[in-house]
Ligand binder design. Structure first.
Ligand code: 2M8
Length: 445
């Protein structure tokens, strides 16, 4: 832990790593967007594409733009950006749940789902405006020449409006997630409590394609999937309506990670607005309101971490997940909160720079901690990239450098794994995973 010898530490190592990361991104490019991985996730995913664009901008600004344009072309009329855009050339059985489960073009018609492409009906964290701004910054002249931001701005503004207007189910100024897939941390122990209210569908009623590609011990359980399927089917059967009649959702949670990304992206949207000649003020004000609401509704000063709020119980969730550190990314977070978060990251719950080199997805001391199982312990590259950026932004340069080097070593050492055991760095999940490669490229830049 204290004497890293990984690829991040020599110029030759960095060059080899850059080359290998490029190869992964070239291989996972489909011509219009990037798959997270050809086997396990053979379609386009929403927040994956944002992270991928952040890396692709170092390889091809044009491709990075295209990645975000393809995703937002599948935006619904109500503004939601779907969490999956399906590639119709991929056989239905290759991923579950497939387009015939979501039936977006029919079940989502009233919400304005597109007719020319099939998508899921749920969303993922809004990293897109941040990604769009970073892609623009990589080559402002090329961006202006193609009218990249003027075309993207109205889509991003509508996306944020959807989250602010349709998803503030708690009435406190934060966006709620309605499914454990929405915050992107599928089986985090943070959802175990709220999921108790959800009656799982029997495992015999669906076939999990994920187990064709991933070890069962690295993945969510059948019981988790039974609940995921129930929630998604109920949402679909209500026409993907967020409020109105039948608007009581069995699962509704305010997640600090999602809302921190919303706030950070709203700041980015203010910059984009200024660049395209629109008014930045409303975006700055919304970013500030989101930051205030995060602190008022989710901050646990005693533990020094943000928690999830279970809206059905109107109570904070007792589990400590890494989403609770992501607000470090938010510019303008109160200084005492920043200091406490940095302390918590290095303390017994996350052990960053002490017992582990990359932050785990869940409390190292938590009763449900499992170093190998998906979002219940392993370290993920997107989350650690966000923490690295947060640390750097608030002036913790040494800690940010150490985390960057750790992430680069782990990315190279694991064959760009989807996630790694936080103690051993051992690869878990799939390999040649797109956001791992993309964010490694970004950290090398
Ligand atoms: C994982 O989630 C999908 C469902 O959306 C799955 O398990 O099939 C998560 O890690 C999520 O955060 C990620 O966006 C997605 C694709 O990489 O995979």
């Amino acid at each position: 832990l204290t004497r890293p010898h990984g690829p991040a530490h020599t110029p030759q190592g960095r060059t080899a790593l850059r080359r290998a990361a490029r190869r992964v991104l070239l291989h996972n490019w489909t011509g219009t967007s990037t798959v997270p991985s050809h086997g396990l996730y053979p379609h386009q995913w929403s927040w994956d594409s944002a992270f991928v664009a952040i890396g692709l901008r170092h390889l091809s600004v044009r491709r990075a733009q295209r990645e975000l344009e393809t995703l937002t072309a599948a935006q619904w009329g109500d503004g939601r950006v779907p969490h999956i855009v399906f590639n119709r050339a991929v056989p239905l059985g290759a991923y579950f749940p497939s387009p015939d489960f979501w039936r977006s073009s029919t079940a989502g018609a009233a919400a304005g789902a597109p007719q020319e492409v099939e998508t899921s009906g749920i969303v993922q964290p809004p990293v897109h405006a941040l990604a769009a701004w970073l892609v623009h910054e990589a080559d402002p002249a090329a961006s202006r020449r193609r009218g990249f931001l003027p075309r993207l701005y109205p889509r991003l503004a509508a996306w944020h409006r959807y989250l602010a207007d349709r998803r503030d189910l708690g009435g406190g100024g934060l966006a709620a997630v309605l499914h454990p897939w929405e915050p992107g941390m599928d089986n985090s122990p943070c959802w175990d409590g709220p999921l108790q209210r959800v009656e799982p569908v029997p495992a015999s009623t669906f076939r999990r394609a994920d187990l064709d590609h991933g070890a069962a011990s690295d993945r969510p359980t059948d019981l988790d999937y039974g609940r995921y399927v129930r929630l998604a089917a109920d949402y679909r059967d209500r026409g993907y309506r967020d409020g109105g009649p039948g608007g009581a959702h069995a699962f509704a949670v305010e997640d600090p990670g999602t809302n921190a990304l919303f706030a950070a992206s709203e700041h980015a949207l203010a910059r984009i607005a200024a660049e395209v000649g629109a008014a930045p003020g409303p975006h700055v004000r919304r970013a500030e309101a989101l930051t205030d609401a995060l602190v008022t509704r989710l901050w646990d000063a005693q533990t020094g971490v943000f928690r999830c709020r279970d809206l059905r119980a109107d109570a904070l969730v007792p589990e400590i997940g890494v989403g609770g550190l992501i607000p470090l990314l938010v510019p303008g977070l109160p200084a005492d909160v920043v200091r406490a978060l940095v302390r918590t990251a290095a303390g017994p719950h996350f052990g960053l720079g002490d017992t582990v080199r990359m932050a785990p997805s869940y409390d190292l001391a938590g009763h449900a901690f499992d170093p190998g199982r998906y979002w219940r312990g392993p370290a993920w590259f997107n989350v650690n990239w966000l923490l690295e950026r947060g640390l750097r932004q608030h002036g913790y340069t040494d800690r940010a450098d150490a985390l960057r080097d750790a992430a680069l070593d782990a990315a190279g050492g694991s064959g760009f794994a989807e996630y790694v055991d936080p103690y051993s760095g051992e690869a878990r999940g799939t390999r040649d995973f797109s956001w791992t490669a993309a964010l490694a490229l970004d950290l090398l830049a």
